[in-house]
Design a protein around this ligand. Structure first.
Ligand code: B1M
Length: 210
C-alpha cells in the first residue's frame, strides 16, 4: 500500500501532521484501528529502531519519530478503547526505573482498555514504591511492567522480589514486556508471563484472570 509506505517515511522523518492525516485517511478507507496501528505505525517504528541501532538516526530524530507516532496513537486510542466487553479487572502498568520509553507501554494500555480492563498507567521511570502503592490503592489484579533497555530490565526482578517480601506475590498476576525481554527472562525473574506484544498481553491477561 502506497500510503502505508508513505507513512513509514513520514514517521521516519518525524512528520507529525502527515502521520495524523495518514491515520485518518486509512480509517476513512475502512481500515480497522488495530490494522492501522500495527501496519502503519508499529511497522514504521521498526525501521526507525533499526537505523537508530545502526547509528544512522540519533536521539533527536528518534524523538521526533516517537512524537509523530504518539499523534497517530492519540487518534486510535478512543477507537481501540471503545468496548462493550465486560469489566475484567484492574491493571497497574508502568515503565521501570531508569527507563523513559513509553510507546510500547501506552500501546499495551490502549489494548487492555479495549478488552475491558481498567488501566492505571503510572508512566515512566517507576521505582518499586510506585508500583506497590498503586497496586494497593487500586486493589489491582494485574501488574504490567515495561522495559526497553538491557540495563533497566533487571529492575523488574527488584519489584517482583519486593512483592514476595510483602507476601502479596501470589495475589497478583505479573506480566512483563519490552523489546529486549524474552520468555526465559520472564521465567527467571519470576513473572507469570512475558508478553511479546500488546495483543499477547491482552490474551495472557484474559487467560490468567479467568
Ligand atoms: Co531508545 N533505545 N534509547 N529511545 N529506542 C531502544 C530501546 C534501542 C533498542 C535502540 C537501538 O539501539 N536499536 C536501544 C536499547 C539497547 C539496549 O538496551 N540493548 C535504545 C537506547 C540505547 C536508548 C538510549 C540509551 C539512547 C541514548 O540516550 N544514547 C536512551 C535511553 C533513555 C532512557 O530510557 N533512560 C533512549 C532514548 C530514546 C528516545 C527518548 C529517543 C525514544 C523514546 C521515546 C518514547 O518512548 N517516548 C527512543 C525510542 C523511540 C527507541 C526505539 C527506536 C523504539 C521503541 C519503541 O517505541 N518501539 C527502540 C528501538 C527498538 O525497540 N528496536 C529504542 C515501538 C513499540 C511499539 O515497541 O516498545 O517494543 P516496544 O513495545 C512492544 C513490545 O515490546 C511489547 O508490546 C509493545 C507493543 O506491541 N511491550 C509490552 C512493551 N512493553 C510491554 C509491557 C507489557 C507487555 C508488553 O506489560 C504487560
Amino acid at each position: 500500500d502506497e500510503l502505508v509506505q508513505q507513512m513509514h517515511d513520514d514517521l521516519y522523518d518525524g512528520l507529525k501532521e502527515e502521520i495524523e492525516e495518514g491515520t485518518n485517511i486509512l480509517l476513512e478507507r475502512g481500515w480497522a484501528p488495530y490494522k492501522v496501528l500495527t501496519e502503519a505505525l508499529v511497522a514504521g517504528m521498526k525501521v526507525v529502531g533499526d537505523d537508530f541501532r545502526d547509528g544512522i538516526l540519533f536521539v533527536p530524530e528518534v524523538l521526533l519519530a516517537a512524537n509523530a507516532m504518539k499523534t497517530g496513537m492519540g487518534i486510535l486510542r478512543p477507537l481501540l478503547a471503545e468496548t462493550d466487553a465486560p469489566k475484567m479487572g484492574t491493571m497497574v502498568i508502568g515503565t521501570v526505573k531508569g527507563d523513559i520509553h513509553d510507546i510500547g507501554k501506552n500501546l499495551v494500555s490502549m489494548m487492555m482498555e479495549g478488552a475491558g480492563f481498567d488501566v492505571v498507567d503510572l508512566g515512566i521511570n517507576n521505582a518499586v514504591e510506585n508500583y506497590l502503592e498503586a497496586l494497593e490503592r487500586e486493589e489491582a489484579a494485574i501488574l504490567g511492567m515495561s522495559a526497553l533497555l538491557t540495563t533497566t530490565m533487571p529492575y523488574m526482578k527488584v519489584v517482583i522480589d519486593q512483592l514476595k517480601e510483602k507476601g502479596i506475590r501470589d495475589q497478583i498476576i505479573v506480566l512483563v514486556g519490552g523489546a529486549p525481554l524474552n520468555e526465559e527472562f520472564g521465567r527467571a525473574i519470576g513473572a507469570d508471563a512475558y508478553c511479546r506484544d500488546a495483543a499477547v498481553a491482552v490474551e495472557t491477561a484474559k487467560q490468567l484472570i479467568a
